[in-house]
Write a protein that binds this ligand. Structure first.
Ligand code: SF4
Ligand code: SF4
Length: 375
């Protein structure tokens, strides 16, 4: 089991400084230039939706560019590939890359961008929840995957980082179907681990985490940016996620990480991680805000689902763009008078609508009885 995680204090998005730190990380993890030289490296950033870098929704351009320039200087052929929410078409990819804030500079540095919208069937015979995936072609063809994630809270999985970032290797709209198929948060987490294990079994997956400016509260799309000043790298997305979980003080409360421990993918005790560089305690925080949907003590999770937090549309803020409707796996959002409307009966509380609304128009509502029980 890989337990090494390189961690550095990094207080600003200075590309040259980040490049120097990543060089040190790679060296400390035995990822010397020869490892990358002549290889086809596919870089998978988090480009969830079109947002400015200071909103902390997407991997910061300075981090992406630092990785690209470093890998190209090592002699790698680098392609950026992402499958953002919504349609997986050449036009949608062009828009996502254009909005990323790093496209022009990355091209100048010699990186390519993926426009191939095909995918391949990849079996996962040992999968616990899922026995096979469609995975976008560039990830299947890569010699090495550079998993470039952003540390954020998540309304369904509580935290999104290295493992969850690889969900973006499933083509566009199929992600919506998978939310419907694996609607329970525990089963969804098992599916994410099946996917991550499938990719990691096929090729090296190096995970770099941008936690310089993380996101707390109502992540992954509408939370609050939170300075953490941390940059991490690992050959294991599981070890890296476990380290990040400790960094934000979530302890043993993230279901997906507890499942990773049970599968033997990361140490059961975070003390067994081999943190190289800055001690974790130096950057750890204790007041990182959870998403409202997750602040549920175990007993409260037993109450009927109709009493649990659910998404509601703020009609004052909704602009009727329809993004939530297109992303709803339960197909339970309609547009009425150019505003989104959630038919709550069929809602499976996956919070995709909240995650993907670009205008922060989806709130999480807790019922009066629920609030009383919580008190
Ligand atoms: S709730 Fe958000 S995503 Fe849905 S239509 Fe309104 S603005 Fe668009
Ligand atoms: S309304 Fe929102 S939370 Fe409910 S199923 Fe649709 S996307 Fe998921």
């Amino acid at each position: 089991m890989e337990t090494a995680v390189a961690l550095s204090k990094c207080e600003q998005y200075d590309k040259e400084q980040i490049k120097t730190l990543l060089q040190q990380h790679f060296h400390s993890l035995d990822l010397e230039p020869e490892f990358f030289s002549g290889k086809y490296v596919v870089l998978k950033p988090n480009l969830l939706s079109r947002r400015e870098p200071e909103k902390a929704v997407t991997t910061h351009p300075a981090v992406v560019l630092a990785v690209i320039e470093l890998l190209i200087s090592y002699g790698a052929r680098v392609t950026v590939a992402e499958s953002p929410a919504g349609l997986y078409t050449e036009n949608a990819l062009r828009e996502a890359y254009k909005a990323s804030g790093f496209m022009e500079e990355a091209k100048k540095a010699g990186a390519e961008f993926n426009y191939d919208v095909t995918s391949r069937d990849v079996p996962a015979p040992n999968g616990v929840a899922c026995k096979g995936f469609h995975i976008i072609t560039p990830i299947c063809e890569a010699d090495i995957v550079l998993n470039l994630c952003k540390l954020k809270t998540h309304s369904l999985t509580k935290m999104t980082n290295g493992v969850k970032n690889l969900f973006g290797t499933v083509p566009g709209g199929e992600k919506v179907e998978m939310h419907a198929r694996f609607s329970n948060s525990g089963v969804f987490a098992q599916m994410l681990l099946d996917l991550c294990e499938t990719i990691c079994a096929a090729k090296p997956v190096i995970t770099v985490c941008d936690a310089i400016l993380a996101m707390e509260g109502e992540g992954p799309g509408t939370g609050t940016p939170r300075k953490l000043n941390a940059l991490l790298t690992s050959k294991s997305p599981y070890a890296l996620d476990l380290a990040c979980c400790q960094l934000i003080g979530f302890g043993n409360t993230v279901e997906m990480i507890e499942l990773e421990k049970k599968r033997g993918l990361c140490p059961a005790n975070p003390g067994e991680l081999n943190i190289i560089g800055t001690p974790l305690e130096e950057l750890a925080v204790r007041d990182f805000k959870e998403p409202k949907s997750q602040k549920l003590p175990t007993l409260i999770k037993l109450i009927p689902s109709f009493l649990k937090p659910r998404p509601v549309i703020n009609r004052e803020v909704c602009v009727g763009c329809g993004q939530c409707k297109r992303s709803c796996p339960a197909n339970t959002i309609t547009m009425e008078k150019n505003k989104a409307f959630i038919h709550k009966k069929n809602c499976i509380r996956c919070f995709c609508c909240q995650e993907l609304c670009p205008y922060k128009a989806v709130d999480i509502k807790r019922s009066f009885i629920f609030e009383k029980i919580m008190k």
